[in-house]
Design a protein around this ligand. Structure first.
Ligand code: SF4
Length: 181
């Protein structure tokens, strides 16, 4: 199994109710040997329409933040805990993200084998490392089952509340230092 084959399987997936509200599956994007993976909550409208992750306003902000941290977006693998857009941009439910993580995200992580996984926002942090309060845990590294994780604010949260932006930028620099150490 490689990422391409896994993506083909995901593209016709009907394993959770989110398949009913999607236009395109947003599997993820980036190199198979990426040192950094970033995992968000779910595709939004723009992502659903194009099948590409993080391309709306939050995605553009993410690109800027990566650039400022001297990270190249094209070298990072970017995906979400669910690959299909929930209707009205609601949060994915536990059975939905648990199914999607088991079927796809865990295999993406295995195949890519990144040095660190950045969890963008509360939903990704809770789903992957069981931590709830992003305001308390952002910027900290966590080791779980041999993997290194760091939770960061979601770029959409930083768009909504600009006071979070400097902290998100700072955490992205910390994340970069983690792969250099
Ligand atoms: S969200 Fe994941 S598990 Fe659910 S239908 Fe889409 S690809 Fe399948």
């Amino acid at each position: 199994m490689n990422l391409e084959k896994l993506c083909k399987i995901a593209n016709t997936c009907v394993q959770c109710p989110l398949h009913e509200s999607r236009t395109n599956v947003v599997f993820g994007e980036g190199p198979e040997n990426a040192q950094i993976m970033l995992v968000g909550e779910a595709p939004g409208k723009n992502e659903d329409e194009t099948g590409k992750p993080f391309i709306g306003m939050a995605g553009r902000l993410l690109s800027e933040i990566l650039h400022e941290a001297d990270l190249n977006r094209s070298q990072i693998y970017i995906t979400s805990i669910v690959k299909c857009r929930p209707e009205d941009n609601r949060k994915p439910k536990k059975p939905e993200y648990s199914t999607c993580i088991d079927l796809y995200l865990k295999k993406q992580i295995e195949l890519i084998d990144p040095d660190i996984i950045g969890l963008l926002g509360n939903s990704a942090a809770y789903a992957l490392i069981g931590k709830k309060n992003i305001k308390q845990i952002h910027g900290e590294t966590y080791e779980l089952n041999g993997r290194k994780y760091m939770a960061l604010f979601h770029p959409a949260a930083a768009l909504y509340s600009r006071v979070l932006l400097p902290q998100l930028k700072e955490d992205m620099v910390t994340l970069k230092k983690e792969i250099e150490s």
